[in-house]
Design a protein around this ligand. Structure first.
Ligand code: SAH
Ligand code: SF4
Length: 345
């Protein structure tokens, strides 16, 4: 069956007119899908035979919130969704002064194998469809009762390893007839698939690109992130430059600080050299320890020292506060715990 929420409005219009329906039905149905409804029967202004025909032809995905944890510290909500085939994904809703930001997953698991990440521990199970990525946004918005203003593709999965569905999701979620979240309010985080970054640049979207850099030298970066062996630092930064040239959007660099591995002063100096003159800024994040990995977070002092070296070198760097520290808001941890508890099918 075709997943109806993975269709753009143009595709839906094409499908409906081919089936003999009036083109304006597409907008009507598209809007219902984004409410979001949980069955075609709820689309009360459509004739019953049309609702039945839709139900016969299309799969309407409805994720079920299997777990919902609210941080007592900052109100961050973490969801574990069960999908139609029994797989599970996580998403997080964060409250900021300027509105709600949601962090969504793009794959069930991940095959990139970063040493510090809980999402990759069990490898990749499957890609999410555009509609399943969208569902996370729609159902968190519904649950919270307040509009989502920003989306970050920073949950489980490597978005550029699921390129076509992720791009479709971005087109659908930013469509004026749906929930219409502007591309400037969407950030895509990648471990650094340089050729896909260049392909994305050619799409000329207005997304914010966020690069998980984490180390400035190939030796340390390859030890933390196997993808670096395929696309070393210099190659990755060339792709970032191309992204800026094509889109005019500044790139942001995520930098997880691992004690004795990526937080040494010479690495801060190296980072200054690498990023000088490049439009963008650095987010320093103390590494979240995960039990599969020996990597430990940097001390507060070494984070501060690292930041000072960057700033003295003219690179803007912020230290990101951890959201939801009491609910394992770090990516992949909730799903992993569930798999370990043996609830998996
Ligand atoms: N696969 C993409 C997006 C999902 S991961 C990527 O890697 O960019 C989202 C962010 O969380 C990435 O910057 C990733 O490096 C970071 N991350 C994963 N595990 C972490 C951990 N244990 N501590 C700190 N950051 C982590
Ligand atoms: Fe995958 Fe990102 Fe985790 Fe690396 S950090 S394993 S790319 S989800």
């Amino acid at each position: 069956m075709i997943e109806i929420k993975s269709l753009t409005i143009e595709e839906l219009r094409g499908e409906l007119t081919a089936a003999g329906e009036k083109p304006f039905r597409a907008k009507q149905i598209f809007q219902w899908l984004h409410q979001p409804v949980t069955s075609f029967a709820e689309m009360t202004d459509l004739a019953k035979p049309l609702r039945a025909a839709l139900a016969g032809r299309y799969l309407l995905t409805v994720p079920v919130a299997e777990r919902r944890q609210v941080s007592a510290v900052d109100g961050t909500v973490k969801y574990l969704w069960r999908l139609h085939d029994g797989e599970c994904v996580e998403s997080v809703l964060m409250h900021y002064r300027h509105g709600n930001t949601v962090c969504v997953s793009t794959q069930v698991g991940c095959r990139m194998g970063c040493a510090f990440c809980a999402s990759g521990v069990f490898g990749l199970r499957r890609n999410l469809s555009a509609g399943e990525i969208l569902d996370q946004v729609l159902f968190m918005q519904k649950d919270s009762g307040a509009p989502v203003s920003n989306i970050v593709l920073m949950g489980t999965g490597e978005p550029l390893d699921n390129y076509d569905q992720v791009l479709k999701f971005i087109r659908i979620v930013s469509c004026p007839d749906g929930i219409c979240i502007g591309q400037r309010h969407i950030s895509l985080s990648t471990s650094g698939l340089a050729d896909r970054i260049e392909a994305l640049a050619d799409e000329r979207l207005q997304l914010t690109l966020s690069i998980s850099l984490h180390a400035p030298d190939d030796e340390s970066r390859s030890a933390m992130m196997p993808v670096n062996r395929r696309y070393p630092v210099a190659r990755l930064l060339r792709a970032c430059e191309y992204y800026f040239d094509q889109t005019g959007r500044r790139v942001s660099y995520e930098y997880a600080m691992a004690r004795g591995v990526s937080d040494r002063p010479w690495q801060a100096e190296r980072l200054v050299k690498l990023l000088r003159g490049r439009p963008g800024h650095v987010n320093l994040i103390p590494l979240n320890p995960v039990k599969e990995s020996a990597l430990q977070p940097s001390t507060r002092d070494s984070v501060r020292r690292f930041q000072q070296i960057l700033e003295r070198g003219g690179i803007t760097a912020t230290v990101r506060r951890r959201l939801g520290p009491d609910i394992d808001a770090a990516c992949g941890q909730l799903r992993r715990r569930r798999l370990e508890e043996g609830e998996s099918h």
